[in-house]
Every structure is written in C-alpha cells, then in structure tokens.
Design a protein around this ligand. Structure first.
Ligand code: GLP
Length: 234
C-alpha cells in the first residue's frame, strides 16, 4: 500500500484530484466511484475543473435498497448533485435500489463490472472497516451482493436522515472481489473516528472481520489520510 498523510482533508483531496488528472491523461476511462462525506471535496474539485468525463464510464459502489434516484438520500441523487450534473459521463452505472428482484439486480451489476473493467476504484472507509457496504464478515470472494447493514453503519448514517427509523437497513453493494478486480484503488479516510479502522486496514491481520484489510492483497492501492485518521499508525 502506498500511504500518504496530509495535514487536513482539503490537502488530501487536492492530491487525490491530481492523481485523477494524471490517470485520465494516462488513458483511464472507467472510474469506480463512491459516496459519503469523504469524497465530497474531491467531487467539488472535479466539478470545478476542466476535466472532461464525457467519454468516460462511472460505476458506483453501492445503493440503499428502497430508495429511488429522486430520494435526496439515495446515492444516485448524491452523485447527480455532487458530480454528474456538473460533469456528465458517457455512461453512469449505479445499482437500482428499487429493483423488484434484488438477486437479479446483483447479477446485472456483476455483468456491468465484467463488461467495463475498472481502471481506478475510489473508496471511503466505514468506521467499522467496511468498504462499499461490505460489512464485517463479508467474504473476500464476494461479488455484488444484497447486504444487511450493521447497527454501527445505521447509526453512522443516521446523520443524513431525520430519524434512525428512516435509515435503510439494506443495500446493494459491489462485493470485495469486485472491488479487488479494479486495476488500481484509491481509498480516502479522514477524521479521528476512522483512525482505528485505518490502523486495522493497514497494520492489522488480513481478516474478513475488517473488510478493508482485503486491500492488503491488491498490488496497487493508494491510501490518502489526514493526520487524524493516521494518528494510530505505528
Ligand atoms: C457509507 C458508504 C461507504 C462510505 C462510508 C463512509 O457507508 N456505503 O461507501 O465509504 O459510508 O462514509 P463517510 O465518507 O461519510 O464517512
């Protein structure tokens, strides 16, 4: 893992943005994208830049089950607000949270990934070590899956909803094997509440109890941290 530590999240996001610029110049066309507060600044920098994604493809990590793209807390809505309405892609893929047959939807999404091998996958990190919505215990062999969210994730995500009851309890997520199939991976983590997960991801044993520790087996992972998220590293 190639680990970079910055004074704050703005400086880290600027560095990730530079990496995206370089990868695009080198010919990357398929971008795996993530939601959450962590990549917001990166998306703002992309939106304000002269980068052109009109010939690129995006594939998002995950979506809540039960929320459609018009719902303000759906990840489809988030992506439109923060990036796609400013920088349209040729094709943008997200799991369909309203799919009637969720198993069929996971298979459809696996085909999308198989047909569009991901050049650069962006990840955030859950405070419990999850990536995408692959919660602790997820198999490292998992492809796209229908997942139940853990109590800790539901309570972390509650801040975006008016009550805990409104937070969806299920999601569709690219699996860990799907994530590891990307040619290159960028993971960003900011703030003290990520410090323990960051340490376990990088310096802990590779274990399904910490989904992000699976990244230790990938050849090309770039980790961008602020000082707080890096504060428990040896
Ligand atoms: C959600 C998403 C993850 C994201 C995580 C961290 O659970 N499914 O992809 O990485 O939250 O979110 P944040 O960046 O807001 O801390």
């Amino acid at each position: 893992m190639n680990i970079k530590i910055f004074k704050n999240s703005d400086e880290a996001s600027q560095a990730v943005f530079e990496l995206y610029k370089n990868k695009k110049e080198e010919g990357a066309t398929v971008f795996g994208l993530a939601t959450g507060s962590t990549p917001e600044k990166l998306y703002q920098l992309m939106s304000d830049s002269d980068l052109d994604f009109s010939e690129s493809t995006s594939i998002n990590l995950d979506e809540y089950v039960g929320l459609g793209s018009e719902h303000p807390q759906s990840y489809a809505y988030f992506m439109n607000q923060h990036l796609f309405r400013h920088k349209p892609f040729k094709e943008s893929h997200l799991p369909n949270g309203l799919a009637k047959d969720l198993d069929q939807e996971t298979r459809r999404y696996d085909e999308v990934i198989a047909n569009n091998p991901i050049d650069l996958q962006l990840l955030g990190l859950g405070s419990n070590g999850h990536i995408g919505f692959n919660e602790p215990g997820s198999s490292f062999d998992s492809q796209t899956q229908h997942v139940q969210l853990t109590e800790s994730t539901i309570s972390d995500n509650q801040r975006f909803f008016s009550s805990e009851e409104e937070v969806p309890k299920e999601a569709i997520s690219m699996g860990i094997a799907s994530i590891l199939s990307a040619k290159e991976i960028v993971i960003m983590a900011f703030g003290l509440n990520k410090a323990k997960a960051v340490k376990e991801m990088i310096q802990g044993p590779m274990t399904e109890a910490i989904p992000a520790s699976a990244l230790q087996q990938h050849r090309k992972v770039h980790v961008f941290l602020d000082e707080k998220a890096a504060s428990l590293l040896d």
